[in-house]
Unconditional design. Structure first.
Lengths: 382, 614
């Protein structure tokens, strides 16, 4: 059996990242780091155009990026044991804050998402994006995999409670992301396919009651306009029509940086935040979109590789949960902007303007780097 | 060791399990990413043209650029219809913080009415966002000064400058030049709406209506890039509009003014025609109206006043007033008598002051009977009968001609037919005949009616313009052109079109002319009152048209009749007789008789003969 350990350590030591001493010392995974940097650079270029050459916005975003990369590097230093240790507490804190939001939260536009501590306002739901996969991975890796029905039930409760609280704020987008991060961990833990299939069945069956009892009117409207944007040209359909127009008019080469009429003449709403890919698509064309897809594919691929080589079950479950959450957010954004999915407020990772989502995402990537640069088990075992 | 081995076995099993999950996850990710990438490929490459077009529709607003309307000038180049800058007060509602308050203050300042405010709200609904909405048109000098001083008080206020139609001569040419007004729902046919995008006014009356397509010009197109809020950013492309053509009239505004002044307060109509071309030198109908009032919407009160007035100021009497031509037809009938051989120059007819038909006890009276108690003379020839307007002579002539020949002869002079002048809504008058009576009244013609037609009364009606054209035909010995106001369109001359053609031997025309010259120059001529100081030759004919029928034995007593029942006065004339240039018809509505009409013609002829003799 030691042969297995041998192989793992060999693969690990062949890794380019681990060969460069100082990178390893800093716990930097180069194959994850490079696409993240490129993506942020590309994001800044697009944002400059999408924000209408707004200097304050550029300054703020560059500041956000510095903070986010600082957070990334900091998180990467954490050891697996530490992560495992703090998981339940982070989750409990996140849950507590979510309950706090429900009672003392502040908000805007009819949604109560923020918690104000006087000097700082933040969204506890963002903490949950990280706390959820941590806690579920911690819980399921305590026992042998695949988990028993009982421990899966507990895991399901851990997923359901925060998701429900976030849904109530209401914030459908984040709720879906948080739920998916927990479910992804359960999937990685080896939940039987029959459970997965029956879960899908239950989801399909609950569409109707969810439509009637859970979804708010504006959320229903978004779903309806997805199928027929023209029914409400100037209302809810406007975003979809304008973003599809922006994307579609880009062609191969795009209209040129800062030349997109949809983006520059304000036809495209939320061009600097959730709909920023439409600006990129209009101004840089399908070539630009393809390049962006390559960056994202590289990150996803590297994430899966890290997950594959992770040295403990906890690390694997966590890595799988984190990369799936990233993937899910990406798909929802790319899908809604191109008119495939209903419009829910999910930003384009690393590109959309805004700091909070970027920081929580960098915490996730930091943990992935921590997993990737963990000292090979062999040495510890020896 | 066993525990460690067990742990290692667990670890390996779990690794295999999660690796299997990763493989499935990786495949799912690949599938979804490829699917999403295809979605972008589909939108950007396959649907590219559709969305490019959609994007252009978003971005580019196509605006019509209104052409400048052609001006109208008289024969001397005097402006009759021009485009003047006019100042409009407008508010951009989005830039006003408190619209109600601002409106209230402006209302106070400019004495705006409830209607103005209501119209503003109405216009606002039809205006694109962030565009100025007109609040008050045609600001006066003092209003503009007032606004300039108070400008700081009103944010979002702007003064727009646009070209507005203006008629410097006002009421003098109201009927003839007409006016433009704001385009209403019924003004343009659906097919034409394209032509009127961006144009606010359309010709409604007179030349403005008749030459609408010529005056209007052709629209230009401006492609403007706008942003999502509809704010104009830059002009992408622009095709300049083609301005409307200038109309130069035959009309002489000075002659028109003289006609108007000579007519004074009298209701009536005056037409002067250049006999050599059919060009209309003057066309005046009194009372008139100021066309400027209509341009940006006449108030309801002002319009009601015009519409309901008994003096019918909206009626253009020149082409729409229909009156019995009375004795003015006598020269025409005299010519017809000669031409058809029922009389000659020497034919003498006894005039006892009345005329009777064989087997009819009714006496057809001569107008002179009431004045002198006797006829004009024992025997009358054609020349004297024209000059003295002897009714009995023409009763006999009419009787000899019979209704058919009589009707045909007057038809040749254009009575009862539209002249085809370049004005809308011309009336045709009535030329009675036996056939006409059968068709419209449904009874047969009887002989006495022929006599009445012989002195231009009865069923017969003619417009002043028709009589001017007939006079022109007399002057030119049988040839008359279609009356035309416009001499040239954008510098291109309008070619005269022949309208009437009557052939008769020269001596017949001479005989009729002699009678018409005597009308003015012979002591007993009915227009002898105008001959003093005449320095040129004039041929004329008076007419007195009865408005109410006078019973067999009753007498016409002007004093006892209300103003509107008095006789109409006519005078037709041409000059100079040797080589005629100008033919005039004057009608004085309820003026009493021809003596109220010929002074008008004299003033006009004096002006014409001193200014235009060529």
């Amino acid at each position: 059996m030691s042969h297995d350990f041998e192989r793992v350590s060999q693969v690990s030591s062949r890794d380019l990242g681990s060969r460069i001493a100082f990178l390893r010392l800093l716990h930097i995974d180069l194959w994850l780091f490079i696409p993240l940097v490129l993506l942020s650079m590309a994001g800044l270029v697009v944002l400059y155009s999408a924000s209408g050459q707004s200097e304050p916005m550029m300054t703020a975003q560059i500041r956000n990026l510095f903070v986010a990369f600082a957070v990334l590097l900091t998180t990467a230093q954490l050891r697996m044991e530490t992560l495992k240790l703090i998981s339940p507490y982070v989750f409990a804190l996140g849950l507590l804050l979510l309950v706090g939001v429900a009672f003392f939260g502040v908000g805007a536009k009819g949604a109560q998402r923020w918690l104000s501590l006087g000097f700082i306002r933040f969204q506890p739901s963002e903490i949950m994006k990280v706390a959820m996969p941590l806690a579920v991975a911690w819980w399921l890796s305590k026992k042998a995999l695949p988990p028993t029905a009982k421990s899966m039930l507990v895991a399901a409760m851990m997923v359901a409670l925060p998701s429900f609280l976030i849904l109530r704020q209401p914030d459908l987008g984040t709720s879906l992301l948080v739920a998916s991060s927990g479910l992804a961990v359960i999937y990685m833990a080896g939940i039987q396919w029959r459970y997965i299939l029956s879960l899908i069945l239950v989801a399909l069956l609950s569409i109707w009651p969810a439509w009637v009892f859970v979804l708010k009117d504006y959320q229903k409207q978004r779903v309806l306009t997805l199928f027929n944007p023209e029914s409400d040209r100037l209302g809810a359909g406007w975003n979809i029509i304008q973003s599809k127009t922006a994307i579609g008019s880009g062609g191969w080469e795009g209209l040129g940086w800062m030349q997109g009429s949809q983006a520059q003449l304000d036809f495209l709403p939320e061009g600097h935040t959730d709909f920023i890919i439409a600006v990129l698509a209009e101004e840089f064309g399908f070539r630009g979109v393809s390049l962006l897809f390559i960056f994202y594919a590289a990150i996803l691929f590297r994430g899966l590789i890290i997950c594959w080589h992770a040295q403990s079950s906890f690390a694997r479950l966590l890595a799988g949960g984190l990369i799936t959450t990233f993937f899910f957010g990406l798909v929802v954004n790319l899908g809604m902007v191109s008119g495939l999915l209903p419009v829910v407020g999910v930003p384009l990772p690393m590109v959309s303007y805004g700091g909070t989502a970027m920081v929580s995402m960098m915490v996730a990537f930091g943990m992935l780097m921590a997993i990737s640069t963990e000292k090979p088990v062999t040495r510890a075992m020896r | 060791m066993a525990r460690q081995l067990n742990q290692m076995q667990d670890w390996a099993r779990e690794t295999r399990l999660t690796h299997a999950r990763i493989v499935v996850l990786a495949m799912l990710m690949l599938l979804v990413m490829v699917g999403l990438l295809y979605r972008y490929f589909y939108l950007q490459i396959i649907q590219n043209e559709t969305f490019r077009a959609q994007s252009d529709r978003n971005r580019i607003a196509v605006r019509a650029v209104a052409p400048t309307r052609g001006v109208i000038v008289d024969r001397e180049g005097r402006l009759l219809a021009e485009n003047l800058p006019s100042f409009t007060l407008a508010l951009t509602p989005e830039r006003v913080s408190n619209l109600d308050e601002t409106l209230a203050e402006l209302r106070e300042l400019l004495k705006l009415t409830e209607d103005d405010i209501a119209l503003f709200s109405e216009t606002r609904r039809r205006t694109r966002p962030l565009s100025p909405v007109p609040l008050k048109y045609r600001l006066s000098e003092s209003e503009r000064a007032l606004l300039a001083v108070n400008k700081h008080r009103f944010e979002g206020m702007s003064i727009l400058t646009e070209l507005t139609r203006h008629y410097p001569e006002g009421a003098l040419l109201g009927h003839t030049v007409g006016y433009v007004g704001r385009i209403g729902k019924d003004d343009i046919a659906a097919a034409d709406t394209e032509q009127y995008r961006g144009i606010t006014h359309i010709g409604k009356v007179g030349l403005e209506a008749y030459y609408e397509t010529v005056l209007r010009g052709e629209l230009g197109v401006s492609q403007i890039e706008t942003n999502a809020r509809g704010v104009d950013l830059r002009v992408v492309d622009r095709i300049e509009p083609t301005p409307g053509a200038q109309l130069r009239l035959h009309l002489d505004a000075e002659l028109q003014r003289i006609a108007a002044e000579a007519l004074g307060d009298m209701r009536g109509a005056v037409v002067a025609i250049d006999t050599r071309s059919g060009g209309v030198l003057a066309a005046y109908s009194n009372p008139g109206y100021d066309p400027n009032k209509f341009v940006n919407g006449i108030s309801f009160g002002d319009y009601a006043l015009l519409r309901d007035s008994r003096d019918a100021p909206l009626l253009n009497r020149v082409i729409q007033g229909q009156y019995p031509p009375a004795s003015t037809v006598k020269p025409m009938l005299g010519l017809a008598g000669l031409n058809r051989g029922v009389i000659d120059a020497e034919t003498l007819i006894a005039d006892p002051g009345y005329y009777t038909l064989r087997g009819d006890k009714r006496r057809y009276r001569d107008w002179i009977l009431r004045i002198r108690g006797t006829g004009h003379a024992d025997f009358m020839n054609l020349r004297d009968s024209i000059a003295q307007s002897c009714d009995v002579y023409f009763y006999e002539l009419a009787n000899r001609l019979g209704i058919d020949a009589l009707s045909e002869s007057l038809y040749d002079f254009g009575i009862g037919s539209p002249t085809g002048i370049d004005l809308p809504s011309e009336k045709r008058g009535i030329l009675p005949s036996a056939e006409w009576k059968r068709e419209t009244i449904g009874s047969s013609w009887y002989g006495g009616e022929t006599l009445i037609v012989g002195i231009g009364q009865g069923y017969m009606l003619a417009t002043p313009l028709q009589l001017a054209v007939a006079t022109s035909a007399l002057a030119m010995r049988g040839t008359a052109y279609k009356p035309h106001l416009v001499a040239s369109i954008a510098g291109e001359a309008v070619i005269p079109e022949p309208l009437l053609s009557i052939s008769a031997p020269t001596e017949y025309w001479d005989e009729v002319f002699a009678g018409m010259v005597d009308t003015v120059f012979a002591p007993r001529g009915t227009a002898a009152g105008m001959r003093r100081g005449l320095e040129y030759t004039v041929a004329g004919k008076t007419g007195t048209a009865q408005v109410v029928g006078i019973a067999q034995d009753a007498t016409y007593d002007e004093e006892s009749l209300s103003e509107y029942q008095r006789n109409h006065g006519w005078f037709i004339a041409f000059a100079p007789v040797e080589s005629p240039q100008i033919a005039i018809a004057v009608l004085t509505e309820n003026g009493g008789g021809g003596s109220t009409a010929y002074p008008v013609a004299r003033s006009m002829l004096d002006y014409w003969m001193t200014h235009h003799e060529s």
